[in-house]
Design a protein around this ligand. Structure first.
Ligand code: PHE
Length: 353
């Protein structure tokens, strides 16, 4: 029986030495020392051996059991230590490896355009202003030489606020253009006036080429002796700065109540160079006639100067107002079939800009 016990001890030693995981060690413990384990059952058999040798064999058996327990406990400590020292190897960090960039957004293309336009006008002394985007009828229409019920107002398909009417200022509207800033700026009474007002505009319109909320940038320059020549100079400066060198502007007669004379401003097409002809000698696909329409402009009407308490005998000026979205799309040569995509928050579209 003693031989049997010693052999078992050797077997346990070998088995423990060969284990690689704590799980394996647990299995060994159960196999030999568990309730139905091999060593346990030998110990149970002690009752059957004769009384003379029983104490000696019993003592030896208990000693071997304790040794077996110690061997397993030591094995367990060794395994735990090894797994700790492996940890460093398994989880080693390579500090030279390029990091993972967190997902990073960027500014909306309209915000980018607004910043660029602001910077371009800043260089020639035009200061960006901010005026209400919910304003009185007086600033949106009346002071711009458009009296109540004048049919010219129809063009600015206006949203009216459900708010009390003011005796002096009329109803409140969502600004249908940025021209409400003109008289507000003149009222400040500081000359020269060199304003670039960029703001949201609202009109009751929604189709492939219109959105109910869009942006305009409005320039206003008022001083002594300002003429159309100055307007032309600023237009050309903007066209070459924003669209690129070589781009020209053209003034086409038009009509606005708040400017006299009034113009529509065109910019020469960047694709055909203003010739209106494509490389194949057919009509240019982008502009068809050499020019792209930018928006309105003109010399400030004397009635508008008067509404802003400015003496039209001393001062004169020009104003222009163009859509930010339109102008930006002309720059990119973008031909999108539905302008509403700008405000659909579709990241697949937005992240291209
Ligand atoms: N406010 C005009 C529009 O919305 C544009 C414009 C501004 C025209 C200034 C002339 C002068 O169409």
């Amino acid at each position: 029986m003693l031989d049997q016990l010693n052999a078992l001890k050797l077997e346990i030693e070998e088995a423990v030495a060969a284990t690689k995981t704590v799980g394996e060690l647990d299995d060994i413990e159960i196999k030999y020392l568990g309730r139905k384990g091999r060593l346990t059952s030998i110990l149970k058999g002690l009752a059957e051996i004769d009384e003379a040798t029983r104490p000696k064999v019993g003592a030896a058996a208990n000693r071997i059991k304790q040794e077996a327990e110690r061997i397993i406990a030591k094995g367990r400590v060794a395994l735990q230590e090894r797994s700790l020292s492996d940890l460093g190897e398994r989880e080693r960090e390579d500090v030279t490896e390029p990091g993972l960039r967190p997902p990073e957004g960027h500014l909306h293309l309209v915000t980018q355009a607004i910043r660029e336009i602001t910077a371009i006008f800043d260089r020639i002394g035009f200061t960006r202003t901010r005026y209400p985007e919910v304003d009185w009828d007086r600033y949106a229409f009346e002071s711009l030489n458009m009296p109540a019920d004048h049919p010219a107002r129809d063009e600015w398909e206006t949203f009216f606020m459900d708010a009390p009417t003011s005796k002096t200022n009329g109803r409140m509207v969502l600004t249908p253009h940025t021209s409400n800033a003109q008289v507000r700026e003149l009222e400040r009474g500081e000359f020269p006036v060199r304003m670039i007002n960029i703001a949201k505009c609202y009109r009751r319109q929604s189709d492939a080429t219109h959105v109910p909320m869009f942006h305009q940038f409005e320039g206003l320059y008022v001083d002594r002796g300002v003429s159309i020549t100055h307007l032309r100079g600023v237009l050309d400066y903007f066209a070459t700065s924003f669209f690129g060198p070589g781009r020209k502007t053209r003034l086409r007669p038009f009509h606005f109540r708040f400017t006299e004379p009034s113009f529509e401003i065109d910019v020469s097409c960047g694709v055909c160079g203003g010739t209106g002809l494509g490389a194949d000698k057919q009509k240019c696909r982008v502009c068809k006639r050499g020019w792209l329409e930018l928006g309105g402009a003109g010399m400030v009407h004397p009635n508008v100067l008067k509404a802003g308490n400015v003496d039209s005998k001393k001062y004169s000026g020009f104003a222009f107002g163009w859509g930010v979205e339109r102008t930006y799309m002309m720059k990119e040569g973008m031909q999108i079939d539905d302008i509403r995509i700008l405000y659909k928050n579709d990241v697949r579209f937005l992240k291209q800009f």
